[in-house]
Structures are given as structure tokens and as C-alpha cells.
Design a protein around this ligand. Structure first.
Ligand code: GTP
Ligand code: MG
Length: 533
């Protein structure tokens, strides 16, 4: 509806029950309908802020008020409305900028290391679980002969997980320290659920590697085939740039807060972390804790608990961890990890680049469907806008949920994410099944951000000299365990990926066969890029 006509109508008679807006008689019915359909917010933005629209109780006084100060220049009113809207958006941006920073933290490590217990303890210590609930979990755990799992039950919510004492699905929870809002992603440690761990780690900014100090447990986690190793390598490839290594179960009778045991674990872990690509001075922090007892978690420990540790508590480390700032003005990219129907289509994912605002027009790639953002939810809250790093649920119109698959990317229209069926990558071969050889024709499952697709190696381009990190000259037909190669990879269905150098989070991947990670890699070149939307 014509804004000027609306404003004139308001000046004539604002005391109408139609939210203060009188529709002049000569208005045609189309316009009336448009008014009805106009979202309340827009109407408020454009009209209420320039001309006060009274509610019914105040109608008569406000009516006089409006009559005494009529707006004679509708163009000015329009301009003011636009200015107000811009000011409001700026204030929202500022509020967003002043908000505590947000980090996604994934808990990784060998099965039974204590990841869920620590997650549960964090929720308890931050007041999100009360004594009564703890007692309920204690009873339930006891009934299932899993007494010591009661803290883990806070995170492990489904029956199978509680019965077996093992996380299956990545658990999610939220908590805050002084400087930071955290989303906890509690990954499963069991090797059968590595794909779920990959999905959790691919959403994370930092990782907490949980290691059990209990006699024998550190050893099985660390040995070949143990998930301590596999998780570290996967986390690094998936973009988890910082690791907090918590040496857990320090209270266990076989450990009893022993400094020797702690040092032994740190000394064994450091060379391995270095070999996996972590700078152990800058990117890794070690600390001893007891997740079950809640020691060295939110508060530092007293000398009576651990006389030799004078370092920070877990929360202090989380609070002060630094990661490079993200660019809120980059092209928008949100890989979709899940979708569901709820008053329209809702997609879930983490914003990897750029910002999103209610009302934005975006495109779902690779199928190039144009959509409109109708609502954004961050944690449990509805928000007007969100920046990079946030885990969101976004309600969109213009697409059906059945037309969306995990791995699709909600993307900027002017600068959409590339779509390819072929790319060049640098690969680090870890351990091939049955010590097979790696050659053209090799098939595996590609995991890249939320994409899971079958792929085939089309050509080995060159082998990389592990000492100089440079491509070797001689032609390569096959490689074995431990080798690094540049190769061409093809997928059957189109996928949305980026060069690692442009968007690391959308350009790192793993290759798996028969449930085992056989290689980690980086995308170096995009081939057969489909034209943009
Ligand atoms: P998955 O989800 O299967 O990978 O295991 P998880 O790492 O989540 O381990 P979970 O929290 O389920 O704990 C496994 C067992 O370790 C439970 O019996 C816990 O009570 C025990 N545990 C965890 N943390 C501690 C600790 O600090 N001290 C002691 N003594 N036991 C612990
Ligand atoms: Mg668990």
C-alpha cells in the first residue's frame, strides 16, 4: 500500500480500530488486502516510527496529539522512516558485535575417556541441572548397572546411549564463561560412530581432547587403531585449530593425581600432536582434571587435591583461548547439516562465512533454489541477524524440505558457493585397508563439511616429497601408506566445495572406506565448476 496514503489516513483519523489506520473509502480492495498481508514489523518500521500510532486506550488523547503535529511532508516522513530503519539495523549490528563471542567446542577422544561426563559436569556446574535431576540420573544409572555414568546421562539422552554407556549421536549443549558463549558438541568415541564424530568436529572451532589417565586406558586410546590418534588427525583436517588436552580421571585410584602419570601422558602426546600438524606451543594446552568429581573445572584446585598443579582451571583456559577473528562481511555460506518441516522449511547449520539477516534473499546450492529468510534462531533465541561461527536454525520459504539434502549450502546470491563434480586435492594417506595400494580407480567415501558422497580417484598427478613438501618430478602410478599425493577426484553428484586456501572449512576433507579413515586432504583446485546461480 502507498505509504503516503497511509500517513495521510493516520493524520485524518488515527483512532480507528484498524490498528489506527483508516482506509479511505476510495481505496480499492486489493490495497486493503495488501495492508492486511503486510507483515506487522514492516508496518511498524515504516509508519509507527515516523508517526505515533496510538493504541485503543490512548486513542483520543493521541489523536489530538497527532492532529496538533501533523506531518505535512510525506516524503520527509518516508526519508525519516528509512533513516530510522537504518539506525535500527546499525544498533542491531552493534548489539551483535558487543555480544559475547561464540565458540563451538567439540569433545573428542577414545571411547569412555569421559567426554559426556565432562559435558554433564559443565552443565551441572553452570547451574543448568539441579540436585534433584542428578539424583534421578543416579537412580536410572544404578538401575542399568552403570552407576558411574550418571553425569554422562545429562548429555547421553537416548535409551541406547544410556544402556550401553556410549554416545552415538553428537550431543549439544550451551554454557557461558565470562567472555564466551559456548556450544558443546559431545562426539562419540566409539569407532563405529566416527562419521558422527566427523560431523561434530566439522562444526567446531576448538577441540577438547579428553584422555583417560586411568591405568591401561590411556594406552589403548593411544595405540594404533585407538581413537585418540584418529580423532586428532580428523580434528586437524576438519579445521579444529586449537586443542585443549584434558588429562581426565586424575582422581581414579590407579592415578591419584600422580604428576608422573600426567607428565608421561603429556610427553607421549606432544610428538604425536606435532606430527599431526598442531603447534604444541601455540595451539595446544594441557591440563589435569576430574570430570566426574568436577575438579579443576570451573575453579582452580586446592593444594589438598593436587599439590603440584598451579596452572589454570578448565573454564579459565576456555575463556582465554584465542582464535582468529572471522569476517562477518564475507560471502554468505552455511552448509546445511539437517532440515525439517516446522511452519515451513527449517535448515540447520553453522555459518562459515558472512552474515545473515531476517528478510535476506539467498540461494540453496547446488540446486540453485532462491529462498527467503523468514526467521533465524540461534541456540534457543530468535534473532534478527547472525554472524559467522554461529550455529543456526533458519526458516526459509521458496523450497520444500524434501528438496534439501545434508551438504547443500545456503549461500549468497551474488557470490554463490562453487558447484563441482571434480576437483584436485592434496592428500595425506593414513592407513589403507589391508595395506592396499592407492591408485587411479580407487573408490572411497568423501566427507567434506556436511557432504558425504562416493568418490573415485581419477588420476594421481604427483607424489609429494615428505621432507621438502614439494611435488616430485617422476611420474607416479600408485602410492602406499603414509604417502602424500596430488590427485584428481570425481564425485557422481554435484557438491558445493571451496578451495582450502579460500575457505578452509569448506575445503578440508577425509576419505573413508569400510568405516575407516584412509586419508585426509585439502582441495587445491576446482574443476568442472558449474555456472553460478
Ligand atoms: P563415549 O561417549 O562412549 O565415547 O564415552 P565418553 O568419553 O563420553 O565417556 P563417559 O563420559 O560416558 O564416561 C565413561 C566412564 O568413565 C564412566 O563410567 C564415567 O563415570 C567414567 N569417568 C568419566 N570421567 C571420570 C573421572 O573424572 N574420574 C573417574 N574416576 N571416572 C570418570
Ligand atoms: Mg560420550
Amino acid at each position: 500500500m502507498d505509504l503516503e496514503a497511509e500517513i495521510r489516513a493516520l493524520q485524518l483519523d488515527s483512532a480507528d480500530e484498524n490498528n489506527g489506520v483508516v482506509i479511505p473509502e476510495d481505496h480499492n480492495s486489493d490495497e486493503v488486502e495488501n495492508l492486511d498481508k503486510a507483515p506487522e514489523e514492516d508496518l511498524k518500521d515504516e509508519v509507527q516510527e515516523s508517526v505515533p500510532v496510538p493504541d485503543e486506550q490512548q486513542a483520543s488523547e493521541d489523536h489530538d496529539e497527532v492532529m496538533l503535529h501533523p506531518v505535512h511532508n510525506p516524503a520527509k516522513a518516508k526519508e525519516k522512516a528509512a533513516q530510522d530503519k537504518a539506525a535500527k539495523e546499525e544498533a542491531e549490528d552493534e548489539a551483535e558485535a558487543n555480544k559475547k563471542r561464540h565458540l563451538n567446542v567439540v569433545f573428542i577422544g577414545h571411547v569412555d575417556a569421559g567426554k559426556s561426563t565432562i559435558g554433564g559436569q559443565i552443565l551441572y556446574l553452570s547451574g543448568q541441572v539441579d540436585e534433584r535431576q542428578i539424583q534421578k540420573y543416579e537412580k536410572e544409572a544404578k538401575d542399568k548397572s552403570r552407576e558411574s555414568w550418571y553425569m554422562a546421562y545429562i548429555m547421553d539422552t537416548n535409551e541406547e546411549e544410556r544402556l550401553k554407556g556410549k554416545t552415538v549421536e553428537v550431543g549439544r549443549a550451551h554454557f557461558e564463561t565470562q567472555s564466551t558463549r559456548f556450544t558443546i558438541l559431545d562426539a562419540p568415541g566409539h569407532k563405529s560412530y566416527v562419521p558422527n564424530m566427523i560431523s561434530g568436529a566439522s562444526q567446531a572451532d576448538i577441540g577438547v581432547l579428553v584422555i583417560s589417565a586411568r591405568k591401561g586406558e590411556f594406552e589403548t586410546g593411544y595405540e594404533r587403531g585407538g581413537q585418540t590418534r584418529e580423532h586428532v588427525q580428523l580434528a586437524k583436517t576438519l579445521g579444529v585449530s586449537k586443542l585443549i588436552v584434558v588429562v581426565n580421571k586424575m582422581d581414579d585410584p590407579t592415578v591419584n593425581w600422580s604428576k608422573e602419570r600426567y607428565d608421561e601422558i603429556e610427553q607421549k602426546m606432544v610428538p604425536f600432536l606435532k606430527a599431526s600438524g598442531y603447534n604444541t606451543k601455540k595451539d595446544v594446552v594441557f591440563l589435569p582434571i576430574s570430570g566426574l568429581m568436577g575438579k579443576n573445572m570451573d575453579q582452580r584446585m586446592g593444594q589438598n587435591v593436587c599439590p603440584w598443579w598451579s596452572g589454570p582451571s578448565f573454564f579459565e583456559v576456555l575463556d582465554s583461548i584465542e582464535i582468529p577473528p572471522r569476517d562477518p562481511n564475507g560471502p554468505f555460506r552455511m552448509p546445511i547439516i539437517d532440515k525439517f518441516k516446522d511452519m515451513g522449511t527449517v535448515v540447520m547449520g553453522k555459518v562459515e562465512s558472512g552474515s545473515i539477516r531476517e528478510g535476506d534473499s539467498l540461494v540453496v546450492m547446488p540446486n540453485k533454489e532462491h529462498v527467503k529468510v523468514v526467521a533465524i534462531y540461534c541456540d534457543e533465541d530468535k534473532v534478527k541477524r547472525a554472524g559467522p561461527g554461529e550455529n543456526l536454525r533458519v526458516r526459509i520459504t521458496g523450497i520444500e524440505d524434501e528438496d534439501i539434502l545434508a551438504g547443500f549450502v545456503l549461500s549468497s546470491i551474488v557470490n554463490p558457493v562453487p558447484v563441482v563434480t571434480e576437483f584436485v586435492a592434496q592428500l595425506q594417506i593414513l592407513e589403507l585397508l589391508d595395506n592396499a595400494i592407492f591408485t587411479a580407480g580407487y573408490k572411497a567415501i568423501l566427507h567434506i563439511h556436511a557432504v558425504v558422497e562416493e568418490c573415485e580417484i581419477i588420476e594421481l598427478k604427483s607424489q609429494i616429497d615428505l621432507k621438502t613438501r614439494k611435488p616430485m618430478k617422476k611420474k607416479v602410478l600408485f602410492v602406499k601408506n603414509g604417502a602424500a599425493v596430488v590427485c584428481r577426484i570425481q564425485v557422481t553428484n554435484s557438491i558445493c566445495i571451496e578451495k582450502f586456501s579460500d575457505f578452509p572449512q569448506l575445503g578440508r576433507f577425509t576419505l573413508r572406506t569400510e568405516g575407516k579413515t584412509i586419508a585426509v586432504g585439502k582441495v587445491t583446485e576446482l574443476l568442472s565448476a558449474a555456472s553460478s546461480a
